[in-house]
Design a protein around this ligand. Structure first.
Ligand SMILES: Nc1nc2c(ncn2[C@@H]2O[C@H](COP(=O)(O)OP(=O)(O)OP(=O)(O)O)[C@@H](O)[C@H]2O)c(=O)[nH]1
Ligand SMILES: [Mg+2]
Length: 347
């Protein structure tokens, strides 16, 4: 029997749930890889719960789910247990502007960028906003520290863009800096790696694991971009007992409602909000604008204000609960229909 606490389950967070719990370790199209008390198994969603009723959250990697275990075939996933933390983006399915959970139930988010052409403060700020929104603690991990050049200015820039967040430079190649990550790699704790393709997420995972758990791929010579080597999300248990979720570098990172995350990612900006003379101040040329004053007095960086404004403008604010519920039902029904059609066509 496997003790799911070794896979991050905190039973006290799910009072009243006795047995039949599994953790999602990987998501394939319609099939989920799970770890449960009996060991590794596969599961499929119970259609009447997930599609017909259409309100249940689709499981994502890291989720805890209730299952009906089947020792000879696929188990049935009955219910997604409430998430403690989750990282979400806008569902890229055309026509369904909904929230999509990318990973769930992690303690720490490693926001990964590499110390080459990939390094980009705007992207870092976006990832950090989403990481804070997830409810977990972000850490900025700058990879490829072995590459030639002086990385100090990039570290300084990253620290300025990540108030209250630890910024570490590491190399999966030489092992440099990895000790700084140890405090996050504790038994039963889950971390998720997020960052663009080619930054070295899977390489870092392999280095920490001491074996080739995930395939890695060369980046393009022309622009340093990755080739989307990792194609699915997967949770691994490291030899020391920490759990790591590796994700594919995501092309579009559409932002869902990040109201809370913005406040935590931009405490330097937020401290001046709500202090203007007019409550509907647009922070343009209105008199008594606290933001403009802070910038003029040099206590707020204009770049940080600009980033905040941009991210705020991009985020999707979720509308009413009723509106969302309806959209979700519609989408789930449409998905169920697509799946039936594919099955009929033998795809
Ligand atoms: N010099 C150097 N190269 C590295 C390091 N880490 C990764 N790389 C290289 O960067 C390339 C991409 O690494 P991956 O680990 O596949 O990147 P990834 O972030 O998992 O990319 P996706 O799976 O596409 O999202 C490979 O050629 C690696 O060898 C490092 O610390 N130093
Ligand atoms: Mg990868």
């Amino acid at each position: 029997m496997i003790d799911l606490r070794e896979f991050g389950l905190c039973p006290e967070k799910y009072p009243g749930e006795t047995g039949g719990i599994a953790r999602v370790t990987a998501v394939h199209k319609e099939r989920y890889e799970l770890i449960c008390e009996q060991g590794k198994c596969y599961g499929r969603l119970k259609s009447s719960v997930y599609f017909t009723a259409g309100e249940e959250e689709f499981p994502t990697v890291g989720d805890f789910v209730k299952i009906s275990f089947n020792p000879v075939g696929d188990s049935v996933i009955l219910h997604t247990l409430p998430r403690q933390t989750f990282f979400s983006r806008r569902d890229p399915t055309p026509g369904y502007p909904l929230e999509q959970a990318v990973a769930a139930n992690f303690d720490t988010v490693f926001v990964v960028q590499s110390l080459n052409e990939n390094f980009n403060i705007g992207r870092l700020e976006r990832y950090l906003t989403q990481a804070w929104q997830s409810g977990a603690q972000p850490v900025v991990v700058l990879t490829k520290a072995d590459l030639p050049g002086d990385h100090a200015p990039k570290l300084t820039e990253a620290r300025a863009a990540a108030p209250g967040v630890e910024v570490v430079a590491v190399s999966a190649k030489t092992g440099e800096g990895l000790d700084a990550l140890r405090p996050y790699l504790l038994p039963g704790k889950t971390l998720v790696f997020l960052g663009s393709s080619g930054v070295g997420k899977s390489s870092l995972l392999n280095r920490l694991a001491g074996e080739e758990l995930m395939e890695t791929g060369e980046i393009r010579k022309e622009d340093g971009r990755g080739r989307h080597t990792t194609t699915h999300r997967q949770l691994f248990r490291l030899p020391g007992g920490a759990l790591v979720i590796d994700t594919p570098g995501m092309r579009q990172l559409g932002m869902w409602d990040v109201t809370g995350g913005l406040g935590e990612a931009f405490p330097d900006v937020e401290q001046f909000l709500g202090k203007c003379k007019f409550s509907d101040c647009r922070h343009e040329s209105e008199p008594g604008c606290a933001i403009r004053r802070a910038i003029a007095e040099g206590v707020l960086s204009p770049e940080r204000w600009e980033s905040y404004r941009k991210i705020h403008g991009e985020a999707m604010f979720s509308g009413t609960k009723e509106d969302l519920r309806r959209k979700k039902q519609l989408r789930n029904k449409q998905l169920a229909k697509n799946m039936r059609q594919k099955r009929k066509a033998g795809l």
